[in-house]
Design a binder for this molecule. Structure first.
Ligand SMILES: *[C@@H]1O[C@H](CO)[C@@H](O)[C@H](O)[C@H]1NC(C)=O
Ligand SMILES: *[C@@H]1O[C@H](CO)[C@@H](O)[C@H](O)[C@H]1NC(C)=O
Length: 395
C-alpha cells in the first residue's frame, strides 16, 4: 500500500512540474538590439525581452511570438487586475501584403475588437515586424506611477475583414496570463514569469485530486475491506483515520487554494465546481468532528452513527470524484492527466470489486460455521458491511 501511494504521488506530482527551458537569450534581433532580460512565457511560444531604465521609469520591450505568419498577436500589461479585461495591449496585426502593423489598444470588455486607441500609460515608440516566421513587437513603455510589477497577458488570433477576430478558447489561450516584474524578472522564477497562476491552478488540481479524489476513497476501502480480517483489528481503524485525516488536511489546503483562485478570477465563474467544493469542505469537516462524538461500540445509538458516517462518507467520495472531473474540465490539462486519473479510479474499482466478493465469501463462510456451532450472537454480513457494532475496542 505504501509503495503504491509513493508511486501515485510521484506520477501525479512529476507530471505537473513545469519545464520551460527554452533558449531565450540566444535570439538575435534584426536591429541587433540587445536586451538584458528575457523570459519564455509558459504557453503559446512567446518570449518577452526587455531593458528597464530605472532613471526614468521606462522599459524597452520586445515581445516575440514564434511561428505566427497571419492573424494578430498581442501582449499587454494589466495595471489594475489580472486577466484580459483592463489589459493595456500592444497589438501586431498582419496586413494583406504580409507586413505587420503595430498599434496600442485598451481592452475594456471580452467583446473587444482590439480597436486602436491610447493606453492608460504612455507608449512613445512602437513598431512590429515579421521575421523568419516569428512576429516581434518592439515598444517603449513609460511605466505608470513608478511601478515595476504588473499582471501580463498575451494572445494570438485570426484576422477577419482586416480586423482582429476572436481568439480560440483552448487551454493555452486561457492560461496565457501571469505577472511580470521588470526589476527582478531576470531571476527567472520556476517556470518563468507568468507561470504563477498556472502553477497555482495545477497545485490546486493536484492537492484536490489526490485528497478528495484518491486518498478518501482509499481510506473508505480500508475501513470496509480490512475490517473483515480478524488480524486487522484494530489496525484498520488507525489506518483509516490516518488516511482520512491526511486526505482532509490536503483537501482543506486544496480547498483554500480554490477559494483564492475563485476570488482572483475575473469574468469567468465556475459556480458548480465552487459549490461542490464548499459542500465537500462542510461534509468533510462534519466527518472529522463526528469522529470525536461517536458513541461507544456497544452503545445503542452507535448503529445510527454508523449509518450516518457511512452515508456521509459515500456522499463525500461521490462529490469528490465528480468535482475532480469538473476541475479537470476547467483546468483542461493535457489529455493524459484525465486518463491517469481515470486509470487510478478504475484500479481502485477493480480492487474494490475483488475485495467485496472476498468479504462476502468470508462473511458467508463464517455464518455457515456459526450455524453449525449454534447461534453465538454475531450478525454476519450486516456487521461486515459497516452497520454492525462489534468493531473492536478501537472503534
Ligand atoms: C530613459 O532612459 C534611458 C537610459 O537612461 C534612455 O536611453 C531613454 O531614451 C530614456 N527614455 C525616455 C522616454 O526618456
Ligand atoms: C502593406 O500595406 C500597408 C497598408 O495597407 C502599408 O502601410 C505598408 O507599407 C505595406 N507594406 C509593404 C511592405 O508594402
Amino acid at each position: 500500500m505504501g509503495k503504491f501511494l509513493n508511486l501515485l504521488f510521484f506520477i501525479l506530482i512529476s507530471n505537473f512540474i513545469l519545464s520551460s527551458a527554452q533558449n531565450c537569450n540566444s535570439y538575435s534581433f534584426t536591429n541587433n538590439a540587445i536586451y538584458a532580460t528575457c523570459v519564455s512565457l509558459p504557453v503559446q511560444n512567446s518570449h518577452l525581452h526587455w531593458n528597464y531604465h530605472a532613471t526614468n521609469g521606462t522599459v524597452d520591450v520586445a515581445y516575440r511570438h514564434d511561428g505566427v505568419s497571419s492573424g494578430w498577436v498581442a501582449w499587454a500589461l494589466n495595471v489594475d487586475r489580472a486577466g484580459m479585461v483592463g489589459a493595456q495591449a500592444l497589438v501586431g496585426l498582419f496586413e494583406s501584403n504580409g507586413s505587420v502593423r503595430a498599434y496600442t489598444s485598451s481592452v475594456t470588455s471580452y467583446a473587444t475588437g482590439l480597436q486602436p486607441g491610447s493606453l492608460s500609460f504612455d507608449v512613445p515608440a512602437i513598431r512590429a515586424e515579421s521575421v523568419n516566421g516569428d512576429v516581434v513587437i518592439y515598444a517603449t513603455l513609460v511605466l505608470p506611477s513608478g511601478r515595476t510589477n504588473f499582471n501580463q497577458v498575451w494572445q494570438m488570433g485570426p484576422v477577419s475583414n482586416g480586423a482582429p477576430g476572436q481568439h480560440n478558447l483552448g487551454s493555452d489561450n486561457r492560461n496565457s496570463l501571469g505577472t511580470v516584474d521588470f526589476v527582478t524578472g531576470q531571476a527567472g522564477e520556476g517556470g518563468g514569469v507568468g507561470g504563477s497562476l498556472l502553477h497555482r491552478r495545477n497545485t490546486h488540481g493536484v492537492l484536490n485530486a489526490v485528497s478528495w479524489g484518491i486518498l478518501m476513497p482509499m481510506g473508505a476501502m480500508i475501513a470496509r475491506y480490512l475490517k473483515v480480517f480478524k488480524v486487522a483489528h484494530p489496525a484498520w481503524f488507525y489506518i483509516h483515520i490516518a488516511i482520512q485525516v491526511t486526505a482532509y488536511g490536503l483537501g482543506v489546503a486544496g480547498w483554500g487554494t480554490g477559494l483564492k483562485l475563485g476570488s482572483d478570477s475575473v469574468g469567468i465563474k465556475h459556480t458548480t465546481h465552487r459549490n461542490i467544493g464548499i459542500t465537500l469542505f462542510a461534509l468533510g469537516t462534519l466527518q472529522v468532528f463526528a469522529l470525536l462524538l461517536r458513541p461507544k461500540p456497544d452503545h445503542k445509538y452507535r448503529i445510527y452513527w454508523n449509518i450516518y458516517h457511512v452515508s456521509v462518507g459515500y456522499t463525500v467520495i461521490s462529490l469528490g470524484i465528480t468535482n475532480v472531473f469538473k476541475g479537470l474540465n476547467i483546468l483542461d490539462p493535457e489529455k493524459k492527466w484525465k486518463n491517469a486519473y481515470i486509470g487510478v479510479l478504475i484500479s481502485l474499482a477493480v480492487i474494490a470489486v475483488i475485495l467485496e466478493a472476498f468479504t462476502w465469501f468470508i462473511v458467508l463462510k463464517r455464518k455457515k460455521e456459526e450455524k453449525q456451532q449454534g447461534p453465538v450472537g454475531g450478525n454476519g454480513a450486516y456487521e461486515a458491511n459497516g452497520y454492525g457494532h462489534g468493531h473492536g475496542q478501537a472503534a
